[in-house]
Design a protein around this ligand. Sequence first.
Ligand code: SAH
Ligand code: AVI
Length: 403
Amino acid sequence: MAAVGDARTRRAAVREGAATERDANAVTRADIIRHGETPALVDPARVDPARVDSKPADSALAASALADSARVDAALADAAPVDSALADPPLADPAFRADVLAGLSRRPRAIPARWFYDRRGSELFEDITRLPEYYLTRTERSILSAHAADIASLTGSGRAVVEFGSGSSAKTPLVLSAVAPSAYVPIDISGEFLRDSVAELERQFPKLPIHPIEGDFMHRLVLPAALANQPRLGFFPGSTIGNMNAPAAVDLLRAMWETLGEGSKLLIGIDRIKPVSVLIPAYDDAQGVTAEFNLNLLHRINRELGGTIPVSAFRHVARWNDTEARIEMHLEATRDVSFSVDGRPFAISKGKTIHTENSYKYGPRDARLLLRSAGWTPIGEWTDREGLFGLILAEARAVPAAP
Ligand code: SAH
Ligand code: AVI
């Protein structure tokens, strides 16, 4: 696992390199569009109120946009050495505060998994992807490498590639090299990490227009105007769709359909159901990296929301829920604990948990049905020799009337 110091040094180097090597065009390409900024990402006219129940209230969104703005301004002015920049207390996202306070107040306690991904969380996820037990990343990469030409023959070239939850964009070059895209739009909630990833991609693809978007892909998006009239290919790797329950997954896939438009294609990675003896170690590895990833959520709450959570009083738990076909991650109190978050008192008894993540697994037919439920017709499917992981190419078609 990379030490924090090493990662910081590497990222500082990436930033410095990007600053000195970018040409004027690259500087433009590296500018990140934030959720709610011009060009608007949320198109209120297209938001279906029936699907926004779990979204932040308007006031929270407005406050969130302000906090985002301040955070990114601070990041853009980031000429200071990385260590001193990190010494500044991070600004709290009001949506994070609202989700944590609500999640600790309800029973069972649960906090949405998207809040794992602050900078440290994104770095820890990268460490997870290199673990021997975490078969998902290397398997999906091997499928992509083996079938890039088949995929490209079905997608054709010249599409704008829009990646949802792009993270380090580590798998992206495999796709970009195969499909000769007209543009690339990475979307991620983890802004600093997104910036670093884009800087690396710019070096590898110096002529490719890149339009990064920092934001929550659960909200309806409007793509940058530069993509108007360009055919689109959505890319949603890593089985991130598995971190949503079925209704949320269908909502997201439908929103992607509408964002990308009829005739678009979607290349999506979906992890498959397999023996528990393989699944549990993937989410509870011997080195304890996944435990650190899970516990980082508590550190983040302490850092950003003035929390007083005694992190050492919690342990990482990964369990298979067979009825729901999902891995669950929890943080279990190992003793009775009391703490406050944002000035509000909480208590958790020994043995009780905070549910922090679901990772749903799908059989091949289930995965295709999930896509069809949202208007995506599968047109290609690839897997590895052991059938651990599925990669599906689907097309956005108008759904025919039922017989
Ligand atoms: N696509 C990469 C990373 C997967 S990790 C891969 O296949 O390895 C999941 C990524 O999705 C993280 O980078 C995280 O920051 C991002 N993410 C999670 N929830 C999100 C949300 N609601 N909106 C935008 N990005 C999100
Ligand atoms: C990003 N997502 C698909 C990962 C997963 O496998 O559910 C997140 C993760 N959680 C623990 N390990 C990895």
